[in-house]
Design a protein around this ligand. Structure first.
Ligand code: 2YJ
Length: 270
């Protein structure tokens, strides 16, 4: 798992309006609508009217606090319309402060795990699952519906697994590639996904791609067709520069926005 850096998240707060316009231009839907769609695969559960408040607690363990990380998470939650604040203190004292200020949801990330704790209803939302669901929702909009369409999922880690589950629940057919073939076998057995063993061939004959792998430079110009639609949640992106430019209008990619917005929406399940 890639650790986010200050450089990757710099400018998120200032750029949210622009990013939202870009999402609307590409998918027809806003960041909030994509997050809502991502969280509402179980549609009986969700109400975005329910105004939970969120506290973001900086965590100093491992490699430490990332400058701007908590503020970026705060700005995304605020942008989609939920009251939120960053605690003055970090770690244990920050958790205490969040609870004293009656936050309903706590956002916390260390080097391995990024979660939202819904204190009101006592459940955990994982960034990996929220990211997967948010990007599947974005791909559904980019593709004008995924039902009975085959989607190539690259990477069978936490995000790839959750994406495959979300795609299945939307009625998509799944093809899965991972360099570790023992991981794809699990998804194939559980979800009836087709295993791809040659990534180059798989990319050549797929139009809808969800890239959840951290590998760079795997998607090249010759893989891009006029109908290609890509949900790129890997960091760094898997696209070579020329391929990125070619498919940019039909591609969704960001370091944090869709994942965090979908985490907040998943906290609204009551
Ligand atoms: O509170 C802080 O500033 C830091 N402890 C944040 C650490 C952020 N964590 C990561 O970047 C992890 N790799 C998990 C991120 C998952 C994003 N999909």
């Amino acid at each position: 798992m890639i650790r986010l850096s200050h450089d990757l998240i710099r400018g998120i707060s200032r750029g949210l309006g622009r990013y939202d316009n870009e999402l609307q231009r590409k998918t027809g839907y806003s960041l909030k609508e994509i997050a809502y769609h991502g969280a509402c695969f179980k549609k009986e559960l969700c109400t975005s009217e329910y105004k939970l408040s969120a506290a973001i607690v900086p965590i100093s363990s491992g490699e430490g606090i990332i400058e701007g990380f908590s503020e970026a998470v705060h700005s995304i939650i605020d942008y989609i319309g939920f009251p939120a604040f960053v605690t003055d203190k970090s770690d244990i004292a920050g958790i205490a402060q969040a609870i004293e200020k009656e936050a309903d949801v706590l956002f916390l990330a260390d080097d391995n795990c990024f979660i939202a704790l819904n204190l009101k209803y006592r459940y955990v939302v994982y960034n990996s699952e929220a990211t997967a669901r948010g990007y599947v929702a974005a791909l559904d909009y980019l593709a004008e519906g995924l039902e009975k369409k085959e989607v190539l999922v690259i990477g069978a880690g936490n995000v790839g697994n959750a994406a495959a589950e979300a795609l299945k629940s939307m009625g998509a057919d799944i093809a899965i590639f991972d360099i570790d073939q023992s991981k794809t076998a699990l998804i194939a057995n559980k979800l009836g996904a087709r295993i791809e063993n040659n990534l180059d061939e798989a990319l050549s004959h797929h139009t809808f791609i969800l890239d959840a792998s951290p590998a760079d430079n795997i998607i090249r110009v010759e893989h891009i067709k006029p109908e290609t639609r890509i949900a790129e949640c890997g960091i760094p992106t898997g696209l070579m520069d020329e391929a990125f430019s070619l498919v940019e209008k039909h591609l969704v990619h960001d370091p944090l926005q869709i994942g965090v917005a979908t985490m907040m929406m998943l906290c609204c399940h009551v």
